[in-house]
Structures are given as structure tokens and as C-alpha cells.
Design a protein around this ligand. Structure first.
Ligand SMILES: *[C@@H]1O[C@H](CO)[C@@H](O)[C@H](O)[C@H]1NC(C)=O
Ligand SMILES: *[C@@H]1O[C@H](CO)[C@@H](O)[C@H](O)[C@H]1NC(C)=O
Length: 428
């Protein structure tokens, strides 16, 4: 790790200790040139379908596109930080999903939206959650995983822990651990150099003092009042992103998605997500690199390996991995995509000139079409459905067994009081 990363840590730490309040206030006000009307956070009645996982937790999910029994491709999308099952591929057209025969499945990570929290979450449990979810909703075949931003770590975890179920991966502006020890000095520098000090502080806290994160979360996105996503998360924006986030369709989407994300009013799942990102993932990206591993320890196995090929096996993820990266992305710098493509040599890296963090993935019909063509080839429509009329479709029977819509009384708002401080009580 280069020294200057530690230098940053120290500088940030002193700022934190010496002037926490003044400093945050000044950061908040110097951008506030236009006075915007403060919009209160609303909590919506629960509507999600939920599935019972083997450990007794309920997981909320959402399906779009062609029915499971005629799906040519299943696409499973874990969401990013401060997002929910409502995100998926924002603005994706039903007609496009049909054209390519895609069933898109999204879900709330534990503690987000309408999913129960997980007591000891890690990236392995994240991959197994995906496995159990897909089993329960009748995804009998392999599926593709799709991740945007920090959602990518869950997609990558699936490649590592449940590779036999995954056809391939589509990653958009993938966020990896910013302290990733395998990064070169140059990659590390390009990663950190343009982030705002407050954002660096958040990574530092996630790594060293995660308990302080609650303080910041409760003052920003858990405050009960809406603000711009870039202010909440201390993000800088590229040109195209700046234009996009001002558009009503984006604002409306984001408002609803964030309200879903923070529904439980508890900073804990956000803290978990932040610390997962900056901690040891439990695997290294290079583990996904396809290589032939042969056991050769001592003279006897060596002699044996000459006469038999059984000692060798392929390791890593054998399917395709696509990465799309906007070159004007100021949220996740392109150094991260470069790092992924460097350590996993088979990665298809699509560099997108002038695109930002959101502009290629959110509300862009033409981009969505190009993405699907790249992943799935020419559109072939749904599978020919030869199902007998009297047979219960797989999906429906799975729902009867595993899913329970939950009633209003199940919403536990106890945890909210620590954050929402009454601002939201009247809404609930
Ligand atoms: C991952 O979780 C599964 C299911 O809980 C467990 O069987 C497996 O041993 C875990 N793997 C690792 C590497 O922790
Ligand atoms: C609600 O959640 C809190 C923890 O957030 C827990 O202590 C309490 O027992 C829960 N209440 C109900 C009714 O489930």
C-alpha cells in the first residue's frame, strides 16, 4: 500500500477528531447555491413478494420480463449502496426484455427494502442468498449476474462461490475495494486522487471506525429528508451524469428507490455494506482468472503427473465477464475497471468515452439494447412454450410454497426512531 494512502488516513483522522461539526457543515453549505425545497422521505406500504430462505429469513424480490418458463436468459441483479430491488436496470423497457427473452430478477439485500437483516453477512452468504433465491423462484437453469457500482461485489461473489450456477457476468462501473492490495501504485493513485475529502473520510471510517458511520448516515440519507444523491454520498459527477440527475425521470426513480432502500430506517445494513467493500472480501479477484492448477509437491506426485493428467484442474470462472466503464465516471474511476481487466485477463472491457457513472446504465434505451446484444447475441424472443395448459407454471407453484406477501403489521418501525427522529413518524 503506498504511503500516501496512509497519509490521507492520518490527515482525515485529524480533521475528524479536531473539527467534526464545523467541517461537515462547511462541506454541506458551500455547494448550496440554489435553495431547493426540502422534500420529506415517505415510507410506502409494503408490496414486495418475499421468499423464505433456509435460515428463516425472508427476502424480497421483484421480477420483470418474460415468464420464468419461457425465459431464454435469467438475469439476477443485486443492487448497489442506497438502492433496492426497484433498481434493476433503471428504465429497462418490457419490450426489450421480451425481444431477447429475458427474465430480470432483482432483490433487496439483507436489511434493505423488505428483506430481513442477516446477523453475520459476508460475501459468501451474499452468493448463497442468490443461490437460494433463484432455487426458490424456479430458476432451474444457470443465470447471468449483473452488478452496477458496489452491487458488483455481490455479482463477483457469485462468480467465486457459486460458479456452477452462473453463465456470465455483466458489470457496470464496478466498485472494488479501494484499499485492494493488488492494485498498482498508479491504479491506487488514479482511484483516490479525484474523490472529495468527505468521501475519503467515509472509506477511512468504514475501514477503521465503522461505528462512526451511523452518525453520518443519520445526518444524510437517513435524516428523513431528501437531498441530491451526489451530496448525500459526497460524489463528484461527470458532465453527462450532471444532466441526467436533473431529469425528472431520474429524480423520480431515485426518490422511490432510496425510499425503498432506507425503509427499515436502520443504519446497520449500510454500515455492513460499507465495511464489506473495504475489508478483505474472502477471495481475491485473481481467483477468478482461469488457470490450470496442477498438484506437484514431491517427486512421486511429479512422476505421477507425467503419466496421468488427472492431477490438473481448471480453476477460476470459466464464463464470460463483461465490464462497461464510462471514461468520465467520477464516482468509480476507470482505474478499478482497468485493475479488474488486468488481474482477470479474460475480461471484456468496454470503455465508454464521455459516459459517466449513471449515464450509460440508467434510462438509455439504446445502451440497454447494445448491452443485451453484447451479452445475448441477436434477439430470439422468449422460448417456445410447450407447456400443457393444465400444468401449473413452475413459478406459480414455487410462489405458493415459498412466498408470503407480508401484511402491514409486519413492518417493524422500531429501528427507525434512532435515525428518523420523528421526522417520519407521521408518514408511517
Ligand atoms: C459459504 O456458505 C455456505 C452456505 O452457508 C457454506 O456451506 C460454505 O462452507 C461457505 N463457504 C465458505 C468459503 O465460507
Ligand atoms: C423490531 O425490531 C427491534 C430491533 O430493531 C426489535 O428489538 C423488536 O423486538 C422488533 N419488534 C417487533 C414487534 O418485531
Amino acid at each position: 500500500m503506498p504511503n500516501w494512502v496512509y497519509a490521507w488516513d492520518m490527515l482525515i483522522f485529524s480533521m475528524l477528531v479536531l473539527l467534526p461539526t464545523q467541517w461537515t457543515i462547511s462541506v454541506n453549505t458551500n455547494q448550496e447555491s440554489v435553495v431547493r425545497t426540502v422534500k420529506k422521505v415517505q415510507i410506502h406500504p409494503p408490496t414486495a413478494t418475499r421468499v423464505l430462505l433456509p435460515d428463516g429469513r425472508q427476502m424480497a424480490y421483484h421480477e420483470q420480463g418474460v415468464p420464468a418458463d419461457s425465459a431464454r436468459f435469467f438475469l439476477i441483479a443485486p443492487h448497489s449502496f442506497l438502492s433496492s430491488r426497484l433498481a434493476g436496470i433503471p428504465g429497462i423497457k418490457m419490450s426489450l426484455l421480451e425481444e431477447f427473452g429475458v427474465r430480470l430478477v432483482t432483490y433487496d439485500l439483507p436489511g434493505f427494502g423488505e428483506s430481513d437483516p442477516h446477523p453475520t453477512r459476508n460475501l459468501n452468504s451474499s452468493a448463497f442468498d442468490m443461490l437460494h433465491l433463484t432455487n426458490a423462484i424456479g430458476v432451474s437453469d444457470k443465470f447471468w449476474v449483473l452488478g452496477h457500482s458496489s452491487g458488483s461485489m455481490h455479482a463477483l461473489a457469485a462468480l467465486r462461490y457459486i460458479p456452477d450456477r452462473v453463465t456470465g457476468a455483466a458489470l457496470f462501473a464496478p466498485m472494488i475495494n479501494p484499499y485492494e492490495p493488488g492494485m498498482t501504485n498508479e491504479e491506487m493513485k488514479r482511484t483516490w486522487e479525484n474523490w472529495l475529502p468527505r468521501r475519503k473520510l467515509m472509506y477511512f471510517l468504514s475501514r477503521r471506525f465503522p461505528r462512526f458511520l451511523s452518525y453520518f448516515y443519520c445526518r444524510s440519507f437517513l435524516s428523513g429528508k431528501h437531498d441530491r444523491i451526489d451530496r448525500w454520498l459526497s460524489l463528484s459527477m461527470g458532465k453527462k451524469d450532471e444532466i441526467l440527475i436533473e431529469e425528472p425521470v431520474f429524480e423520480e426513480f431515485l426518490t422511490r428507490d432510496v425510499e425503498e432502500s432506507i425503509r427499515q430506517g436502520n443504519p446497520k445494513p449500510f454500515k455492513e455494506e460499507a465495511t464489506l467493500l473495504v475489508s478483505n472480501w474472502g477471495f481475491s479477484l485473481s481467483d477468478l482468472q482461469v488457470q490450470r492448477k496442477c498438484q506437484r509437491r514431491g517427486i512421486v506426485p511429479w512422476l505421477m503427473s507425467i503419466y496421468s493428467k488427472a492431477e490438473c484442474e481448471l480453476t477460476g470462472f470459466l464464463g464470460p465477464i463483461h465490464v462497461w466503464q464510462g471514461m468520465d465516471d467520477k464516482v468509480v474511476p476507470s482505474s478499478m475497471a482497468d485493475h479488474i481487466a488486468r488481474v482477470i485477463t479474460g475480461v471484456n472491457l468496454h470503455k465508454l468515452p464521455n459516459e459517466g457513472h449513471f449515464s450509460y446504465f440508467y434510462f438509455c434505451d439504446e445502451c440497454h439494447r447494445r448491452i443485451f446484444s453484447t451479452l445475448f447475441g441477436p434477439p430470439q424472443g422468449p422460448l417456445d412454450n410447450k407447456l400443457e395448459m393444465d400444468q401449473i407454471p413452475l413459478e406459480e407453484s414455487a410462489e405458493q410454497f415459498f412466498c408470503f406477501k407480508f401484511s402491514d403489521s409486519d413492518v417493524n418501525t422500531t429501528g427507525c426512531s434512532q435515525c428518523f427522529g420523528g421526522a417520519m413518524k407521521d408518514e408511517i
